[in-house]
Design a protein around this ligand. Structure first.
Ligand SMILES: *Cc1c(COP(=O)(O)O)cnc(C)c1O
Length: 422
């Protein structure tokens, strides 16, 4: 469910005509819907309403401060994985007590930054990190609230690059060593154990791996409590998938996910934290692009767009599918033809779709990549010296640029020529 629909034959973001935005902002650009962001956050919040909880938005999926502000005003917490994301969350007005700091390679500087600014919990992923955090906190006269990220050795059955809960993945500590490391944590002066953390991967389209992981977390909770630890929070991670195409079976709903959490860990009396990213931001954003050329190849027709893999890398990186729709609504029953949809970047990997059935399109026409709100703009770059793609936010009939496109001078001006080359 999203708020990008045709109205009077033209694709709108809520009440805003996207062709008009394209005329004002230029293409390509990302556009986000406040109503979709809000709705998806609310679905999670409602799904956990059976007990104390905090929905912490995974900032890495869509990190524009304006988007974070929308969610912060709804009471969302934030899950951050770097000092930069921590500062984005605070810039959006999120108080430290609603920020969870995750990530496998936090530096001491990042730890200091979070402890100085205030943090709800730091999710620790290894013994050396635990030792470093205790040292940093103790030097500051602080005590860091921590959860240990455990690796439950569960296969999330998702794309290789985004599975994180198998024993061969770099994340967390093995479940078999958890009690020992919690005992170590209890002896350290700079940390205080508050809970357990787990995150098994992204774009999960089946609840079974979550269930397997959460049952292991429940068992560990009981064991750690018996060892004398005050386990009062469970951070169950993110990862619920979204429908990237309408033809597939839809992934489980947040309500079913919430019920699964209640069934597996609900009797432990813990405050529940979850860290959804994609399911909140994915369908809340689209990428709008213009057709530069339609090129007839040998036996194939190429649709060459002004958006490239530097603007949306998911197809090249994960083989991901994005529905592509024209901004001008095709007539009902309009004929379609197969197109290879490609960008202008000088790599064959800069291909968004092969043999995609699309209605007739011509030079200058506008198209939108749907479900591009998560892991879209955040993974964009200036490869091929294509200025960073801008972002636009819509709320009802309001529309605002929330990150402008840099000018060529701004882009090139960041480089400096050293004196010996002057
Ligand atoms: C990426 C990530 C998330 C969010 O995953 P989604 O699939 O976007 O919901 C949550 N927690 C951690 C620790 C992550 O690395």
């Amino acid at each position: 469910m999203d708020h990008f629909l045709y109205r009077d034959g033209r694709l709108h973001a809520e009440d805003v005509d996207l062709s008009q935005v394209a005329a004002e902002v230029g293409t390509p650009f990302y556009c986000y819907s406040t109503a979709t962001l809000t709705r998806h956050f609310q679905l999670f919040d409602d799904a956990l309403s059976w007990g104390p909880h905090l929905v912490c938005f995974a900032v890495k999926s869509a990190s524009n401060v304006a988007l974070l502000r929308v969610l912060a005003r709804l009471g969302a917490g934030m899950d951050v994985v770097s000092g930069g994301e921590y500062l984005r969350a605070t810039a959006a007005g999120v108080p430290g007590e609603r920020i969870v700091f995750s990530g496998v390679g936090k530096t001491r500087e990042e730890m200091r930054l979070a402890l100085e600014g205030g943090v709800r919990q730091i999710n620790v992923e290894s013994e050396p990190e635990l030792a470093a955090l205790s040292e940093v906190a103790a030097l500051m006269g602080a005590v860091a609230p921590i959860a240990l990220r455990v690796n439950p050795d569960v296969d999330a059955r998702t794309h290789e690059k985004i599975a994180t809960g198998r024993k061969e993945d770099k994340f967390g500590v093995p479940l078999s060593r958890a009690r020992e490391i919690y005992a170590e944590a209890a002896r350290l002066p700079g940390v205080e154990v508050v809970g357990i953390d787990v995150h098994i991967g992204s774009q999960l389209t089946d609840l079974a791996p979550f269930e397997a992981a959460y049952l292991k977390v429940a068992e560990l909770t009981r064991a750690l409590r018996a060892d004398g630890h005050d386990i009062r929070r469970l951070d169950l991670g993110g990862g619920l998938g979204i429908p990237y195409t309408r033809s597939n079976e839809p992934p489980p709903l947040p309500a079913d996910y919430g019920a699964l959490i209640e069934r597996t860990v609900g009797d432990l009396g813990c405050e529940i934290e979850i860290e959804p990213g994609r399911l909140i931001s994915g369908n809340a954003g689209i990428l709008v692009s213009r057709v530069v050329y339609v090129k007839e190849g040998e036996g194939r027709r190429f649709l060459i767009l002004d958006a490239g893999m530097n603007d949306l890398i998911r197809p090249a990186m994960y083989g991901a599918h994005h529905d592509i729709v024209p901004l001008a609504e095709p007539a009902p029953g309009a004929e379609t033809r197969e197109h290879d949809v490609v960008g202008p970047v000088c790599e064959s990997g800069d291909t968004f779709a092969r043999a995609r059935a699309l209605p007739p399109l011509a030079e200058g026409d506008l198209v939108a990549f749907r479900s591009a709100g998560a892991y879209g703009a955040v993974m964009s770059s200036e490869y091929n010296s294509r200025p960073l793609v801008p972002e636009v936010l819509v709320d009802g009939h309001h529309v605002a640029v929330i990150r402008p496109r840099p000018t060529f001078d701004e882009m090139i001006g960041r480089d400096t020529i050293p004196p010996w080359l002057a």
